[in-house]
Write a protein that binds this ligand. Structure first.
Ligand code: F6R
Length: 366
């Protein structure tokens, strides 16, 4: 059942190329330069009339929502707010009929997310679900939706659900961008062609596994770790930190790289590994200067960089390469080595990777 892998988590990490392919199969038609998603098409008027999109989710799905915020605003120019479902539901939030609420949930059973969509519906908002489990409660309670088609995710730590959620949300953003005219047809086509190459680029990113293991060996006894990113890769930093916390029980925090100087830089010393996502596209020079600040305080730097990178390589203690892609698609690649890193550290520390203590796969109580 684990297909020759030691753990479901590793199997699911390695399934990502095919899971992402399954997510856009039949939806992304690059020859015809169209995206076909019934849940979006049937409700296009509502999407185009929306004042804003509110994304509600928990945990890793909330991180996918944060990536989607960048994509929707950047490509489709629709204002987006991303909310923890647990906070949103109790805040007496301002919601109107002109809002679209997108609920993201792998299991489709998360109690707080379900309560958030019920609240949104009661205020007249149109609610769209992005779920993995077909026929799940959230999938049934929403007005429309799009499944991720990642296949069953058994490991408690979410991996392929995250990358396929981002894939679905990217498809939706691109479809809306085209409908709204915020993207030219050639840009649109370029994005479709590039998105189609992602499964093979994820495959290539997975080849860093052996090197990631050597990095894991070096840092596995750390008491704390920091994860930094900017722009599209800020949520990836949060997700990297969550993956490490939940399966290895090492304290980790994700931050937008530029926030370091507002406090967390005080934590830096020679004991502190700092994982910095520093891909070539987007804010590269700024991230390089953030790395210099950490280095001058003797922090250990592990860079997640674009293949062929030079500047970070000169400064960092280690670099892990991912293939080049469009900036908005980088999270689909930079996430991969961070998943592998958490996995290997947890295995080396002899933790229960697939069923970490105190956690359940679906959180049906608040
Ligand atoms: C982390 C993880 C959790 C879930 C969260 C939401 O690896 O799995 O943080 O992402 O409990 O679950 P879903 O997506 O099922 O609503």
């Amino acid at each position: 059942e684990k297909g020759g892998y030691d753990h479901f988590m590793l199997k699911e990490i390695y399934e990502q190329p095919s899971a992402i392919l399954d997510t856009f199969r039949g939806r992304l038609l690059s020859n015809e330069a169209i995206i076909k998603m019934a849940g979006v098409e049937d409700n296009m008027k509502k999407f185009l009339a929306a004042d804003r999109i509110i994304i509600v989710a928990c945990g890793t799905s909330w991180h996918a929502g944060l990536v989607a915020e960048y994509i929707f605003e950047d490509l489709a120019r629709i204002p987006v707010e991303v909310e923890y479902a647990s906070e949103f539901r109790y805040r007496n939030p301002v919601i109107t009929e002109k809002d679209i609420v997108i609920a993201i949930s792998q299991s489709g059973e998360t109690a707080d997310t379900l309560a958030a969509i019920k609240l949104a519906k009661s205020k007249g908002a149109f609610v769209f679900g992005v779920c993995n489990v077909v026929g799940s409660t959230i999938a049934r309670e929403t007005d429309a939706g799009a499944y991720t088609h990642a296949g069953p995710e058994i490991g408690v730590a979410s991996t392929k659900a995250f990358t396929t959620q981002i894939t679905v949300l990217t498809l939706i953003a691109l479809r809306l961008a085209r409908a709204k005219g915020t993207m030219s047809s050639s840009e649109f086509r370029q994005h479709l062609i590039e998105l189609e190459t992602i499964p093979s680029k994820v495959e290539e990113a997975l080849k860093s596994d052996a090197y990631v293991q050597t990095v894991a060996e070096i840092y596995k006894d750390s008491k704390n770790c920091l994860y930094l990113g900017r722009g599209y890769n800020f949520p990836v930093a949060l997700e990297g930190a969550l993956k490490l916390k939940e399966i290895s029980y090492i304290h980790a925090e994700g931050y937008p790289a530029a926030e370091m100087k507002h406090g967390p830089i005080a934590l830096i010393d020679e004991q502190m590994p700092v994982f910095v996502i520093a891909t070539k596209m987007g804010h590269y020079e700024k991230v390089v200067s953030n790395i210099q600040e950490i280095k001058s305080r003797k922090g250990k730097i592990i860079g997640i960089v674009t293949k062929g990178d030079k500047s970070v390589k000169e400064l960092a203690d280690h670099v892990i390469e991912v293939p080049e892609t469009l900036e908005c698609l980088t999270p689909l690649l930079t996430t991969i080595p961070l998943q592998l890193l958490s996995y290997h550290i947890a295995v080396m520390l002899d933790k229960n990777v697939d069923q970490p203590r105190n956690l359940a796969k679906s959180v049906t109580v608040e």
